[in-house]
Design a binder for this molecule. Structure first.
Ligand code: FMN
Length: 218
């Protein structure tokens, strides 16, 4: 049983949440967490490779993480997608990955798989909810089962300047990227990853109980 975490992060905050989501998935017995990044645009990658700014530093830390392929999505029993926010939406790099899934859509290959979404913004009201809700739209077209974060999760009911939404894990990066996910943000991201993995197990065992032996054992 595999649960895929696929993220796009320029300055590393979304990557920090992705790592916490990965920990949450790994805490579920029998579930393998597969971490992948959405491919960077070729021109941006060239600049990141040679630049000396903070984004280049993060690039060199994350470039060894394999790029997500359509086959990674196909092989996953559940997927959790993480993206930085761009004007209240996911990044174009993440959208490009999602837009490459026509073959999966045509064959209904993502239908019934649980999916979660997580994001980071620069500011408190910079659009966490709009990014998460708009990320869900193509996943619903693909027939995925959206898994959020229930309010019974510790830290979810709060009025502090930090992340944690019922739509998915979040964090605030700060206008200059000077902030880091809080311990509560990371705990909620872990809980979100664990929940997607728990649901993946339940969905798969329910499917197996309704599937002929020949298919189940293949
Ligand atoms: C083109 C562009 C648009 C952005 N739009 C938003 C936005 O709508 N709201 C916001 O709070 N931050 C916005 N940001 C800031 C990023 O969301 C923030 O730096 C990012 O989430 C940090 O994640 P990362 O460290 O994983 O890259 C934008 C950044 C860029 C480059």
């Amino acid at each position: 049983m595999k649960v895929l975490i696929v993220y796009h992060s320029l300055y590393g905050h979304t990557l920090q949440l992705a790592r916490a989501v990965e920990e949450g998935i790994k805490s579920v017995l029998g579930v393998e967490a597969v971490l992948r990044r959405a491919a960077e645009f070729a021109d941006a990658e060239k600049d990141l490779e040679t630049g000396d700014g903070y984004a280049s530093k993060i690039w060199h830390e994350q470039k060894a993480i394999p790029v997500c392929t359509v086959d990674d999505l196909r092989a996953a029993d559940g997927v959790i997608f993480g993206s930085g926010t761009r004007y209240g939406n996911m990044t174009a790099q993440m959208k490009r990955l999602i837009d490459s899934t026509a073959s999966l859509w045509l064959n209904g290959e993502m239908e019934g798989k649980p999916a979660g979404v997580f994001t980071t913004t620069a500011s408190t009201h910079g659009g966490q909810e709009t990014t998460l809700l708009t990320m869900m739209v193509p996943l619903l077209h693909l027939g995925m089962l959206i898994v959020g974060v229930p309010y019974s999760t510790p830290g979810m009911v709060h009025t502090e300047a930090r992340g944690g939404t019922p739509y998915g894990a979040t964090s605030i990066a700060g206008p200059r990227g000077e902030l880091a996910p809080t311990p509560e943000d990371l705990a909620i991201a872990r809980a979100h990853g664990k929940r997607v993995a728990d649901v993946a197990i339940r969905v798969r065992s329910e499917r197996a109980s309704k599937t002929p032996d020949s298919i189940r054992d293949s």
